[in-house]
Design a protein around this ligand. Structure first.
Ligand code: HEC
Length: 458
């Protein structure tokens, strides 16, 4: 095997601003990358959190043989941007997001040269090929979801292998506090596809006339006395109104620190509702060293760690709007026409429709979470101020399975006079009638939830 090879220049392929080693001449002559020296460190930092023996992805990438066999697929998945999963466009054309989990141009180049070249093994370091150590959020309060064995319903249109279950989680705080960061540690990473924590005021009205959130949650809980919690799908449970969403977790995510001085307020009598998405799909079907079997004998109890501050300089709020779901309450539900590959739905509202007092000056959008159901295809959110429309978040290929809040590197601003809008498109070709809004699996939503805070003081 040659010890030197001509470096492959990715500039033409990728049109990335920074390209390693494409200056021509001597710089193009580099050592051929090896798995253990060059590729494994990238896998460890950007892939192995999911691609490990007990992970949600079905083949481990800290294993030379597996990686060598799949090198072509790995190269294709990273060059095309499919892996690691990152749903919102982050090429700078619509919003500037914190995307450190994705690969740099240099890393893409190393993987390509290794996959297209000799796929050399190199020399593995002595000792156990340890996984990257799990970072820990300091000074956190710990909560645990009950130990539950998911029950899957083969007739569930969302997925015969999925269960969405919600559990109440009393905050247990002595007074008002502000959440400033979080960490989710799945008990059984192979079956946890996502987790979210909603904050609900139990004495506030629910979406059901005359009932409080607390009453609606108690009814749902009582409906299945043999198991903890209740079924829930689009949020903390049908008809429960939440006022904050401090935690959204998907595999691969570790410690989340809110921006400096920012916190989400929580009151002592608020109830946190944890939504767990269990998925028993496909573990081990594909071999590759992962011996998952799937099946209802697998249980989970997930650790949720929250960090509280007694006060913060910038009290954040979660805003959310869904014109499609909203039409249901206005008594004249909009619907999506059936039989279309690209049925489109748009809403645009002034800022006061988001329940922000007009006296509140400009707000910065810190993070955004797009939300549609299974028929969703694309999502685009904009903020219009003084006739100027700014694209702030776009999803080109929606995947219901990768829910999450995406943090901005450069937060867009919403002024008191701004309009906020979203356009969603859906594939309704398999629908048997018009698709109505709602929380159910057969219904659709076109929702944006986003965290805002007053701008940092200069
Ligand atoms: C957040 C979790 C996660 C991370 C991080 C992740 N993957 Fe994946 N990956 C998955 C899951 C789940 C699947 C299987 C389901 C699917 O295809 O969507 C998958 C499938 C794949 C596949 C086969 C399907 C395809 O699209 O080609 C390849 C190859 C792959 N991953 C490579 C990588 C590489 C290389 C990295 C790191 C640069 C990485 N993945 C990071 C979760 C992840």
């Amino acid at each position: 095997m040659p010890s030197h090879a001509v470096g492959f220049c990715v500039a033409g392929l990728l049109s990335l601003p920074i390209v390693v080693g494409c200056s021509g001449g001597e710089d193009d002559v580099r050592e051929e990358p090896t798995f253990w020296q060059d590729v494994a460190p990238i896998m460890m930092s950007k892939c192995v959190s999911c691609h490990q023996k007990e992970g949600i992805a079905h083949f481990p990438l800290d294993d030379y043989e597996v990686a060598r066999e799949r090198a072509g697929a790995i190269d294709d998945a990273v060059q095309s941007g499919r892996m690691p999963p990152f749903l919102v466009d982050h090429d700078g054309s619509c919003g500037d997001f914190q995307d450190d989990v994705t690969l740099t141009a240099g890393e893409l180049d190393v993987i390509h040269r290794w996959a297209a070249g000799g796929r050399a093994e190199g020399k593995r370091a002595e000792g156990p090929a340890g996984l990257p150590p799990l970072p820990m959020l300091e000074d956190a309060t710990e909560y645990r979801t009950p130990l539950v064995t998911p029950v899957v319903d083969p007739s569930n249109p969302l997925g015969a292998n999925d269960e969405y279950r919600c559990y109440p989680m009393p905050a247990g705080i002595p007074g008002e506090r502000f959440i400033t960061g979080y960490q989710v540690v799945p008990g059984n990473p192979a079956i946890i596809h996502h987790a979210a924590v909603y904050v609900v005021n139990p004495s506030a009205p629910s979406y059901v006339d005359g009932k409080t959130n607390g009453e609606v949650m108690a009814e749902m809980d009582e409906a299945s006395p043999e198991r903890p919690g209740w079924d829930c799908f689009g949020g903390p449970g049908d008809a429960v109104v939440h006022h904050a969403l401090p935690v959204t977790w998907a595999p691969g995510q570790n410690v989340v620190e809110y921006p400096k001085d920012v916190g989400l307020r929580i009151a002592p009598d608020d109830v946190m509702v944890v939504q767990m998405h269990y998925n028993l799909h496909g573990h081990g079907e594909d071999g590759g060293g992962s011996a998952r079997h799937g099946g209802s004998e697998e249980a989970d109890s997930t650790l949720i760690r929250l960090r509280y501050a007694e006060s913060v300089k910038r009290s954040a709020m979660m805003l959310g709007y869904d014109g499609l779901l909203g039409s249901m309450f206005a008594g004249d539900p909009h619907s999506l026409p059936q039989g279309q590959a690209n049925a489109s739905y748009s809403w645009e509202v002034p800022r006061e429709a988001l329940d922000v007092a007009a006296s509140v000056p400009a707000l910065e959008v810190l993070g955004v979470m797009p939300h549609m159901h299974e028929r969703g295809r694309t999502f685009e959110m904009s903020v219009s101020t003084g006739g100027q429309k700014e694209c702030v978040a776009r999803v080109d290929a929606w995947d219901f399975h990768w829910q999450g809040l995406y943090w901005y590197r450069t937060p867009p601003r919403i002024e008191a006079s701004s309009l906020v809008g979203v356009t969603c498109t859906y594939d309704t070709r398999d629908a048997e009638g018009p698709v109505l809004p709602g929380w159910g699996t057969e219904n659709e939503m076109c929702m944006s939830s986003f965290m805002v805070a007053p701008p940092a003081e200069p």
